[in-house]
Design a binder for this molecule. Structure first.
Ligand code: PLP
Length: 235
């Protein structure tokens, strides 16, 4: 198995090539290394190799890992993205521990995050998660729902809304993936027309299996786990 440096370099190269194909700059795409299930030593190794953005999907794991990391050495440039569904009883630690919450997936959650961020005197960067499948187990705003909620969300003073996030459904072919990613771009454009005060700069879309297609379609954040850290012990 190739080592971490090789995998990181390979991902950076693939990001750069995909950006070039889309006549974009590689620097316009932020790679978030999704470190769920990955040990703190490996995260620190990635940091020392220049990876600064990390993603976790569970608040408890984020807490445990950042504690261990704090004893391993300073990580002044580290930026922690929470990318998984957030339960309301975990909002407080999530707001304390994250630099950005990418998975704000309901008005109720947005209001809770706003409340907790206010208590901590923070203006917290967030992305609004969109789900294009409308399957009951999946989290995310349905597009029409987000369009009608956007003004209200934009008025939450302790949230710095920075754009949208989506997780493409499993098992799509390339054309279907492109349709999903274009739908997120289209929704962002509609929202930008409706709420021009909000900074809709980010589109977080693309994971290990589809990040190059996502970048070609305009992604500004790709969340990559397995291509950087190798296969996870469980799905
Ligand atoms: C696990 C996860 C990723 C990374 O998945 P890979 O397929 O390993 O790249 C990205 N986004 C979210 C929300 C995740 O939970």
């Amino acid at each position: 198995m190739p080592d971490l440096l090789e995998r990181l370099q390979d991902v950076r190269l693939r990001v750069a090539r995909a950006a070039e194909r889309a006549h974009r700059l590689p620097s316009q795409v932020q790679v978030v290394a999704v470190s769920k299930t990955v040990g703190a030593e490996m995260v620190m190794e990635a940091y020392r190799l220049g990876q600064t953005h990390f993603g976790e999907n569970r608040t408890q794991e984020l807490r445990d890992k950042t504690r261990v990391l704090a004893n391993m050495g300073p990580m002044p440039d580290a930026c922690w993205h929470l990318v998984g569904h957030l339960q309301s009883n975990k909002v407080k630690p999530a707001v304390e521990l994250s630099d950005i919450i990418e998975s704000v997936d309901s008005v109720r959650l947005a209001e809770l995050v706003d409340l907790r961020a206010g208590e901590l005197g923070r203006k917290l960067p967030v992305l609004l998660q969109v789900d294009f499948t409308a399957e009951p187990q999946r989290s995310g705003f349905v597009p029409e729902e987000l369009l009608s909620a956007a003004e209200g969300l934009a008025s939450l003073g302790n949230l710095a809304i920075q754009g949208l996030m989506t997780i493409a459904p499993l098992g799509l072919d390339e054309d279907e993936l492109r349709r999903v990613f274009r739908s997120l771009v289209g929704l962002r454009d509609l929202l930008a027309g409706r709420c021009p005060r909000v900074d809709w700069r980010h589109l977080s879309m693309g994971m290990t299996d589809d990040f190059e297609i996502a970048i070609e379609e305009g992604s500004t954040i790709v969340r990559i786990g397995r291509a950087i850290f190798g296969e996870r012990p469980y799905p």
